[in-house]
Each structure stands twice: as structure tokens, then as C-alpha cells.
Design a protein around this ligand. Sequence first.
Ligand SMILES: Nc1ncnc2c1ncn2[C@@H]1O[C@H](COP(=O)(O)OP(=O)(O)OP(=O)(O)O)[C@@H](O)[C@H]1O
Ligand SMILES: O=P(O)(O)OC[C@H]1O[C@H](OP(=O)(O)OP(=O)(O)O)[C@H](O)[C@@H]1O
Ligand SMILES: [Mg+2]
Length: 291
Amino acid sequence: MEKKLKFGIPKGSLEKATIELFEKAGWTIDVHHRNYFPEVDDCELEMVICRPQEMSKYVELGILDAGITGKDWILENNSKVVVVEELIYSKVSKKPARWVLAVKEGSGIERLEDLAGKKISTELVQFTKRFFEERGIPVEVSYSWGATEAKVVQGLCDAIVEVTETGTTIRAHGLKIIYELLITYPQLIANEKAWEDPWKRKKIQQIAVLLKGALNSHKKVGLKMNVPASNLEKIIAILPSITSPTIAQLYNKDWYAIEVIVSEKEVRDLVPKLLELGAEGIIEYSLNKVI
Ligand SMILES: Nc1ncnc2c1ncn2[C@@H]1O[C@H](COP(=O)(O)OP(=O)(O)OP(=O)(O)O)[C@@H](O)[C@H]1O
Ligand SMILES: O=P(O)(O)OC[C@H]1O[C@H](OP(=O)(O)OP(=O)(O)O)[C@H](O)[C@@H]1O
Ligand SMILES: [Mg+2]
């Protein structure tokens, strides 16, 4: 029988970034209009689009073998799953999403203790309840279906526990962050039984390595150049190489070819220095993966 791994793609905030990451990693995922079972160009994979809030429950139950969701929802659900890899990406940036406690500017609420007896609105109810219980601060936590920032502005609650990436929404509502509860990244999680199955584990690891490799190549480029033997050491000394440089002697010449991976923004300062030291034929190329 043909083997397949059932893999969950998060719907919503992370969907686009996740599909783009898979593309860079080598898998094309085609989402057909209003269909939650996208096509993927790998007969060993079956993709399912699933709400990130529920993903860890499905992975824990084995309905999905593996999937990607935020650390926040795994903690909220208290799910028993294998965390295979933390993947550093977000909705629009590589910055982490942060769950913060925010209040109306001028509310007089400055510290966690000031919230005793007050109302908090959030999507992350269980996590927030546990957070305040552990600190012995009695608060009333109620579930918000979204657009949470508006609720504190309207006076429906005294504070919110909300996720923020760029800070735009918090700023747009004139809110003030008074505490950071959790930094969250997407995590690749696996069902415990699936992880014990050698075929499934290998497939999950293949995905993890390639997704990580695709993320590692972010804002990095490859540089290739020829350098005279007389300046080889000087040139190597100024190369901010992420990996050790590859060096090969050119045929029949007192010259060497050097290849390095550097961060994209270092190139503009590096190139003039390399030219000064006699480097020639400098080539910069983009990278898909760094593994
Ligand atoms: N603006 C954001 N920037 C970065 N990450 C976010 C943002 N909003 C949500 N996330 C992260 O994406 C995951 C899913 O978010 P969330 O639970 O809010 O659902 P959603 O994808 O935003 O759906 P919807 O768009 O319907 O609200 C969570 O792990 C969360 O941390
Ligand atoms: O810091 P920022 O970059 O502004 O991002 C934060 C906003 O993004 C999410 O909203 P989402 O789009 O998920 O809407 P929702 O309120 O319907 O969940 C989150 O709930 C914040 O409102
Ligand atoms: Mg949301």
C-alpha cells in the first residue's frame, strides 16, 4: 500500500507564509478555491488546511501525523505532541509574534497586580487563566472571537491579552503594553505514534530539514571570486563567512577561487574591500536553502 503522511497547514495568519516556505523548500502546494485539501506535488504527502487553534489537538489524536501551528496554541491546548522543530517565521516578518497584556493609555493600570478583580478579554483563555492563577492575581478572563483591541477601547474589558507582530494594531488603538506573556513561533509538531513509525519519522525529518534550510537562507547570498595567492590570507581575514570558505587553486595559476555565504547586507561594504585586495570576477548569487 502507498504510504502517506497527513500534514496540517495552518489556515489564516500563517497560511500564506507557510505555503511560500514549502515552495522555497521544494514543494508546490496548490490551494483550490474554498477547498481545504490542497494539492501537493509529492505522492507521499496529504495536505490538510486546518485552524491553527485546533491543529495540536488533531495531531495529538493522530487525525494528522504532523503539522505546523503556533507554540501559543499548543500551550493553550496543553497538547501532548512531539515538537520537531521551531521555525522562525511569522505573518509578515521574521519577527516573533508576542502575546502581550495591553491597556488603554491613561487607564492607571501599570502592573499585573493592578488587574486584581478586573476583566480581561483574549483569544488565549486557558493560558491567560493559568498565567494569573500562578501569580495569585484574581481576574475575570473572557473569550474574544477577535478584533480584541476594540474591546478595551469600548470599555468592554479593562485589559486584553493579544498577539502582536509589528505593533500596528496596538498603536492604531492607542493601547499601552504593560507586560509580555509569551513569545511564540510556528512549530512543526508530530503525533507521538507517527514519530515512532520509522517511515513517517523520516518523512517528517525530511520536511523539517528542508523547511529549516529554506528559512536559514533568508537574507543570505553566496559570493564567489578569484583572488591572487599573495593576498589570500588578507582576504580570508575580512570575509564574514557563515560557513567556512571553500578555497580551490585555479589551474596553472597563482590564484585561488573562494566561495562563501554571507548576509546580504554585508555585501555592499565587502565588495570595495575585496576589489582593493585584488579580488576579481566577483559573483553574488541568491540561495534557496542553507542546510
Ligand atoms: N499578526 C500576526 N503576526 C504574526 N503572527 C500572528 C499574527 N496573528 C496571529 N499570529 C500567529 O498565527 C497563529 C494563528 O493566529 P490566530 O490564532 O490569530 O489565527 P489567525 O490565523 O489569525 O486567524 P484569523 O485571521 O481568522 O484571526 C498563532 O500562532 C499566532 O501566534
Ligand atoms: O502587531 P500587528 O502586526 O498589528 O498584528 C496584530 C494583529 O494581528 C492579529 O489580528 P488578525 O488579523 O488575526 O485579526 P483577528 O483580530 O480577527 O484575529 C492579531 O489578533 C492582532 O490584532
Ligand atoms: Mg487572528
